[in-house]
Design a protein around this ligand. Structure first.
Ligand code: EPZ
Length: 419
């Protein structure tokens, strides 16, 4: 396993720029299956999940080429296959996003069921139910979803949960279904809004993206854009401002969307942070006092994001007093808690809640990330722990953070990698 060795404690100081949003570029890359001319995506993060989506699109026949560090040219005119194989889908759950577009392009598709991940089975039943309501016929056979779409039908669909993926997947699929499809109890995440913006700019009439009701008036054919810029990654940005605050340093994240970070900024301020924000930057200033304990419940946007829960658990491990984190999205997303205990954190998990009793200090040790945000959280803990912390499982980190080691080093972190 790849590992980082981090020497702490350190006070981070400096400025980093936010990468493009992983969770916006993946659905937009999938929606490009509906295109038939090339499109250049800019601000695309060079992260493993993007590389996996590129591999999947290439298997379908797409021509893909990096035209610059973060500029990706996709030519869907040569797509001629409609099977998304297990070895790709198993690597990345977001591969499921290609099912609806393939159905609309070919009238059929065969997409493998995604695997689970470190924090649960990650079902796709909401996706499949919604596609059925849109007219798809789905058969499950040996781990594959064999789908056909004989008569695409606009529908009114109420989601069981404000599922990000389901909202995006059904909105994208409905974009090519003539008539009005209404999605109720939608997710309101910025990545939903970004995908809607891409589709609107492609000629689809979509109202309500960002609210809990989205209306899609589908079109026969999209007006293919030639280029599109991906929004900044709010979770990456949130990770760096949290690192700045918990280390007692001063960090500015530029090229980000502070409005997307409001739930995170609000909790950092409650913990004692002084935060300044402009229209495209967030600055967290050195703290005079100890980190205050918090009570957090992760919720769909605009609630506190589950993808920032592990990073906040690291921070609260050295806060003053008892903090409580309740997971409203993934009841067992706590693998990082047991690794933090190896650094001396005092955490009790009774799913879906974690109780964190702040300690004076953490002590460096060997720990292993089990998933993307958990790995980031352990690195943040290593920044405040005394001595050397070795974080294994950096493969997880590389799925969603571009140049994590270099960015932290530019902020003064003492971090070496195994490779
Ligand atoms: C997206 O996952 C993100 N991934 C996740 O980020 C994020 O944690 C999650 O939204 C919640 O914000 C991408 O965008 C690629 P959901 P998604 O559907 O769409 C249950 C990261 O770190 N559910 O909103 O898969 C599900 O189990 C990743 O970047 C069903 O039961 O999340 C969960 O409990 C981790 N059946 C809840 O809904 C379904 O068909 C919310 O999941 C779909 C979801």
């Amino acid at each position: 396993m790849k590992y980082f060795k981090i020497e702490g404690p350190v006070k981070l100081k400096g400025e980093v720029s936010a990468q493009g949003a992983k969770n916006a570029v993946l659905p937009i890359m999938s929606a490009i299956i509906l295109y038939d001319t090339p499109v250049l995506l800019s601000n695309v993060p060079q992260v493993v999940d993007v590389f996996t989506m590129i591999e999947l699109l290439k298997i379908l026949g797409t021509k893909v080429e990096w035209k610059g560090k973060n500029d990706l040219l996709l030519d869907p005119s040569t797509i001629n296959r409609y099977t998304a194989p297990y070895e790709i889908v198993n690597q990345m759950r977001a591969s499921i996003y290609v099912l609806g577009p393939l159905l609309m392009k070919f009238g059929k598709a065969a997409v493998s069921f995604p695997g689970g991940c470190a924090f649960g089975p990650r079902p796709i039943d909401y996706h499949l139910h919604g596609l059925t309501l849109l007219g798809a016929n789905l058969e499950i056979d040996r781990g594959y979803i064999n789908a056909s779409m004989k008569s695409p039908t606009p529908a009114e669909i109420t989601l069981n949960f404000k599922s990000v993926g389901t909202t995006i997947h059904l909105m994208t699929t409905a974009s090519l279904i003539e008539g009005e499809t209404t999605l109720i109890n939608c997710a309101q995440e910025p990545e939903v809004v970004a995908t809607a913006d891409f589709l609107i700019k492609s000629g689809v009439k979509i109202e309500g993206a960002g609210t809990n009701v989205i209306k899609v008036k589908g079109v026969r054919k999209l007006n293919n854009l030639t280029e599109y810029k991906i929004i900044p990654d709010r979770i990456e940005a949130g990770t760096y401002i949290t690192a700045g605050f918990m280390t007692g340093g001063e960090v500015m994240v530029t090229g980000c969307s502070p409005i997307h970070l409001e739930p995170v900024i609000a909790k950092l301020k409650e913990a004692g942070a002084s935060v300044e924000r402009g229209n495209d930057y967030v600055l967290v200033k050195p703290r005079e006092n100890k980190i205050k304990s918090l009570q957090i419940e992760t919720q769909p946007f605009p609630g506190f994001p589950t993808d920032m829960q592990p990073q906040f658990m690291s921070m609260l491990s050295v806060a003053e007093g008892l903090s409580i984190i309740k997971e409203g999205i993934y009841p067992n997303r706590f693998a990082h808690a047991f690794e933090l205990q190896r650094l001396g954190a005092k955490i009790k998990v009774i799913e879906p809640t974690a109780f964190i009793e702040g300690v004076e200090k953490l002590t460096g040790a060997e720990v292993a990330g089990q998933d993307l945000r958990g790995s980031a959280a352990l690195i943040l803990a290593g920044l405040v722990a005394e001595g050397i912390t070795t974080v294994f499982g950096i493969e997880h980190l590389e799925r969603g953070y571009e140049n994590f080691q270099e960015k932290l080093q530019s902020l003064g972190a003492k971090i070496q990698s195994s490779s």
